[in-house]
Design a protein around this ligand. Sequence first.
Ligand code: NZQ
Ligand code: ZN
Length: 392
Amino acid sequence: MKNFQYYTPTKVVFGKDTEEQTGALVKEQGGSKVLLHYGSGSVKRSGLKDRVCASLEKAGIAYVELGGVVPNPRLSLVRQGIELCRKEGVDFILAVGGGSAIDSAKAIAYGVKYDGDVWDFYLKKSFPEAAAPVGVVLTLAATGSEMSNSSVITNEEGWLKRGCNSDLGRPRFAVMNPELTYTLPEYQTMSGCVDIMMHTLERWFSHEKDTELTDYLAESVLKTVMHAAKVLLKDPENYDARAEVMWAGSLSHNGLTGCGRDGDWACHQLEHELSGMFDVAHGAGLSAVWGSWARYVCQSDVDRFAKLAVDVLNVPYDYANPERTALEGIEAMEAFFRSIHMPVSLTELGVQVSDEQIEELAYKCSFQETRTIGGVRALGRKDMEEIYRMAR
Ligand code: NZQ
Ligand code: ZN
């Protein structure tokens, strides 16, 4: 097991009606004027925004609003948010929504404390040294952003999607009421389940093998989400399944399933270019590329792929041919994605990619050929092109 730090400062307030505690939680964190940041309307339609506002008012917290966050959240709105916070003297940013609203809130939180351009952090030209406090009322179980140190923003100029990781951005609290996810369309629910699985899998694929407890935790997260996703296909208002998925989402990306090892984030890097260029749902983009990535790198760690097949996907171990076990595991994972109506190719994702676009995706993903990605196998620009091609 490698040395590690495990830091999860987010206070989790989980369960029915917990959004009513939002105002008190902001107060507890010393907030007095809030930026209420949300998406394109779901929180208005569901009545959640009104309930959160009532809770803020009850606690004597003033607030201003900035809605309009879109999936793959945009830099231009982040800049607007920073200006608004400065003008209004906001001292606490409250995201009400999914990963996009949370990531946008984190970016605003970095930006208000910085004299330069907030995009510097996403280009790694600079690193946050301060951030306004962020709180979350979660409406979509997927990204784990409610406990993670990361924020992913898309710059409309050039459609570059880039991340910034800093512990300063970890939310102070996360209100998680599984009932708030009942209104999600099936596609978003399933896309979220894939994302949660991927955060777990991308930590699970590691050259560091002596991490037994971390392996068991990761496998439990995977099995729990796979089971609950099937339940939710038939019964979207099943509270217990919604609750399992929501909690799994947080645990999949707060560091727990990566303790003691490095991960392999190749699928995430490949997908971020896809959703940056084609504006697809992140989880669906991940399931569209995972199988191609897995087949491309499988030879580099047959044992690990075979372990996934046996421990998580119930594939019998072929002692004479472990590689066959590994490949059957990849097929079983793709069959699972299909069974929850998630795409396993770019065409199924609804994206027709030309040869030129594949070159552009790989060029961007390799940061103009200045980096490789992946842990199981280091992937350069040509490898990335090949994986995108296989995924078509
Ligand atoms: O905008 P509204 O109207 O709220 O609609 C949203 C949006 O259209 C809708 N929605 C959310 N909650 C709902 C709901 N509709 C009905 N009922 C509800 N309860 O769902 C749509 C998608 O929302 P979004 O927030 O974009 O989805 P998600 O949570 O999957 O976030 C995706 C973004 O997070 C990034 C992704 O790359 C993508 O940009 N990620 C962030 C991470 C992090 N910060 O740690 C890690 C991830 O790997 C990921 O990269
Ligand atoms: Zn993700």
